[in-house]
Design a protein around this ligand. Structure first.
Ligand code: UD1
Ligand code: UDP
Length: 374
């Protein structure tokens, strides 16, 4: 029977984590398999950056994003437009990734159209529905609809089993972000112009240690972001560090960082970077301060300690491996743990181990095999 996979993606991390699956599926070149890629464009510029680099051209583009979109309006628009698209395309299976509004509404809409759903990056759980918000509930909704669960780690598979998902529907694959990262890293290492892109920062800051910062989580908006800014100001009182901060375009974070740091001599505020440029930046940084999910999964490949600016994480594998620590959006903890890493070589060395507990670079291979064999 003809298989028709519809792969749905909307945001930067979905594109990064799905392009290895899309490209591998396409490279199988099977006559009995049709592949349709639908971009909801929940993100616009951030999504386009990745799709261009990965040479993925969506068959459908729903062009959903509006400025400073609210969760309810975003969800309503996504559900209606994904539904109309599914009605037209009638795929035999919908593939969604992660925990975004696109993934959640994609799964729900597929269910309304009685189309089976595969979930890439299934089984991540923090146990707190408000952290990350709204992602914890989004992925539980996807998990309750999907009949194929691609769990990145054994721990994620265990979480699904404890929710009574039948074992034969759970496949431990590794996280596809490691596949994407390995491809990007090879590209950076093979093209000296990519790492030369950061020469200006290197020259300007000499021996200063680079702290790479990313921040965008909805639960940190308001007080959390202000605490993070205040903590960075305290850290920057030291002359021996510089902060590089690719600013997320969400106005709730962008406006605060731009107003506080635009003129700071040791803060480099930059626009969202192409994936290869970000990977290259990761490799030259000394440590990472982030509330991102994907960055937590990538930093261990480069042996970079990560301080996670959240109170809890659905990715505890990094904490257990000793390469990441939770610091919340707390001024005291962010400053305290950053200073420990800057001042104590032993603590730094204990966290700067290059080992990635999230995947081995073969996740998309395993996922495609299951998709084709089922
Ligand atoms: C979304 C995901 C989050 C993921 C993050 C990755 C949900 C509910 N949240 O959060 O899980 O970690 O993406 O970055 O799906 N914007 C632009 N250009 C862009 C992208 C965003 O201007 O290319 C601005 C817009 O004003 C937009 C706002 O950012 O309205 C928020 O985007 P949205 O996708 O709703 O939420 P994120 O906070 O980015
Ligand atoms: N990233 C990027 N350019 C940047 C910042 C991040 O390509 O300027 C990548 C990063 O390597 C990771 C992904 O974006 O793979 C993480 O996306 P984000 O933090 O927006 O979302 P999350 O992972 O928290 O859902």
């Amino acid at each position: 029977m003809q298989k028709h996979f519809l792969i749905l993606l909307g945001t930067r991390p979905e594109a990064i984590k799905l392009f290895p699956v899309i490209n591998r599926l396409k490279s199988e070149n099977r006559k009995d398999v049709a592949i349709t890629v639908c971009a909801t464009a929940q993100h616009r510029q951030l999504l386009d950056q990745v799709l261009k680099l990965a040479e993925v051209i969506p068959d459908f583009d729903l062009d959903i994003m509006t400025s400073n979109q609210t969760l309810d309006h975003l969800t309503a628009r996504l559900l209606a437009q994904i539904g109309d698209m599914l009605e037209k395309v009638r795929p035999t299976r919908v593939i969604v990734q992660g925990d975004t509004a696109t993934a959640m509404t994609g799964a729900l809409s597929a269910y309304y159209h009685r189309i089976p759903v595969s979930h890439v990056e299934a089984g991540l759980r923090s146990g707190d529905i408000f952290a990350p918000w709204p992602e914890e509930v989004n992925r539980k909704i996807v998990g309750s609809i999907a009949d194929q669960h691609f769990a990145p780690t054994e721990r994620a598979a265990q979480a699904l089993r404890s929710e009574n998902i039948p074992t034969n529907r759970i496949h431990v694959t590794g996280n596809t972000v490691v596949d994407a990262l390995i491809l990007a890293k090879a590209r950076v290492e093979g093209d000296p112009t990519l790492s030369a892109r950061w020469n200006e920062i290197r020259q300007c800051h000499g021996n200063r240690r680079i702290i790479l910062v990313t921040c965008h989580r909805r639960e940190n908006f308001g007080g959390g972001v202000l605490n993070i800014v205040a903590a960075l100001e305290t850290i920057l009182a030291r002359e021996d560090v510089a902060v590089v901060l690719p600013v997320h375009p969400n106005p709730n974070v962008r406006d605060v960082f731009v107003s506080r740091f635009s003129n700071h001599p040791r803060v480099v505020l930059i626009s969202p970077q192409e994936y290869t440029d970000f990977v290259s930046l990761l490799s030259l940084s000394y440590l990472v301060l982030t509330d991102s999910g994907g960055v937590q999964e990538e930093a261990p490949t480069f042996g970079k300690p990560v301080l996670v600016m959240r109170d809890t994480t659905e990715r505890p594998e990094g904490i257990e491996a000793g390469t990441a620590r939770l610091v919340g959006a707390s001024h005291e903890r962010i400053v305290g743990e950053t200073f420990r890493l800057l001042d104590d070589d032993e603590i730094y060395a204990s966290m700067a181990r290059s080992h990635n507990p999230f995947g081995d670079g073969h996740a998309s291979e395993r996922i495609v095999k299951v998709l084709l064999d089922a």
